[in-house]
Write a protein that binds this ligand. Structure first.
Ligand code: SF4
Length: 318
């Protein structure tokens, strides 16, 4: 299989069989958190990057000739699926041959201002667009869009798509520490979401190695606050306990630093809270080597604290 992968278990979608429509990192954005790496630049050409008939042959194979077990078929890409000019035809084809299983499309929404793109997406059962920011400077900083993309067009396009589509729209916001997680940006997003009207708002953060090392995850406590600010249909889709258990280093680091910013932790506290997680000793050693945290003695106990915490701050430890 060249274009189809999985099925992969997904918290949101069940067993999802993926269809990858584009060559590696073909995208009209270059997000700082992108797990495909920095890429070689953005593109805006909508075309048939891979032959339609080749992708159809693979879909036919996994749905009819040697049927695989899956819950939904997800059009995704090593980049932005709506750059594939024949996406609409593929959605209709997949619906025909895959026995009515839900068709899902992931998109960065950069092209939804185009009617042909909206027409294609409106045929899916689920559209999962991203919208990480609604103020120009933050949008440019986090998503680094191609000049062909204008933020106002994205928002207007999402409004029109929501009006047109009969399926569900689950809109994802990926939050990056210090970039799009301020109260101001969240309130602006809230206003835009009220106009767009997605069925769900799903909050995510950086859990895999990002294109840029400065793209850090938002700690769970702040994610909860943001979810509460956004209202009832917002949910957090990061499985923190699983990510931490699996030793996702960025996530673990963010949780530890979040705790240490509030108060120092004794070695015993640290063991109790994080001792079961893979890679914890290496992570603490690295944070100390890099001068981010320190180990200080207070009374007859050793504490971890932020490197710049003064002895007065250490009093909070007791
Ligand atoms: S839209 Fe997706 S594929 Fe494109 S740069 Fe952003 S994260 Fe990567």
């Amino acid at each position: 299989m060249k274009y189809i992968f999985g099925p992969v278990p997904s918290r949101r979608l069940g067993l999802s069989l993926g269809v990858d429509l584009l060559p590696p990192k073909t995208c009209n954005m270059n997000c700082i958190y992108c797990e495909l790496g920095p890429g070689k630049g953005t593109v805006c050409d909508i075309r048939e990057y891979t032959p339609l008939s080749d992708i159809q042959a693979e879909i036919r194979h996994v749905c009819l000739e040697e049927p695989r077990d899956f819950d939904c078929l997800t059009f995704t890409a090593s980049g932005e699926p709506t750059l594939y000019s024949r996406l609409g035809e593929l959605i209709l084809f997949a619906r025909d041959v895959c026995g009515g299983r839900p068709i899902v499309v992931l998109t960065n929404a950069g092209l939804v201002h185009r009617k042909d793109v909206r027409d294609a997406l409106a045929q899916a059962d689920f559209v999962l667009p991203s919208l990480d920011a609604v103020t120009g400077a933050v949008f440019r900083r986090i998503n680094r869009p191609d000049p062909c993309i204008k933020l106002n067009d994205v928002i207007k396009g999402l409004v029109l798509l929501r009006q047109k589509m009969k399926g569900r729209m689950w809109l994802e916001i990926l939050l990056v520490q210090g970039i799009n997680d301020s109260d101001q940006e969240i309130m602006a997003l809230k206003k835009a979401l009220a106009v767009i009207g997605p069925d769900r708002v799903q909050l995510n953060t950086v859990v895999r190695p990002p294109a840029e090392a400065f793209a850090k995850p938002v700690a769970r406590r702040r994610m909860e606050e943001i979810k509460d600010m956004l209202g009832e249909n917002a949910e957090i889709i990061v499985d923190y306990s699983r990510k931490l258990r699996e030793g996702a280093p960025l996530m673990l680091e963010s949780e530890i630093l979040d705790m240490l910013r509030r108060r120092p932790l004794s070695i015993q506290d640290m063991k109790k809270l994080f001792g079961g997680y893979r890679g914890i000793d290496e992570l603490l050693a690295r944070l100390m080597d890099n001068g981010v945290i320190a180990r200080k003695r207070m009374g007859n106990q050793d504490f971890y604290c932020m490197f710049h915490d003064s002895p007065i701050d250490m009093a909070a430890a007791s």
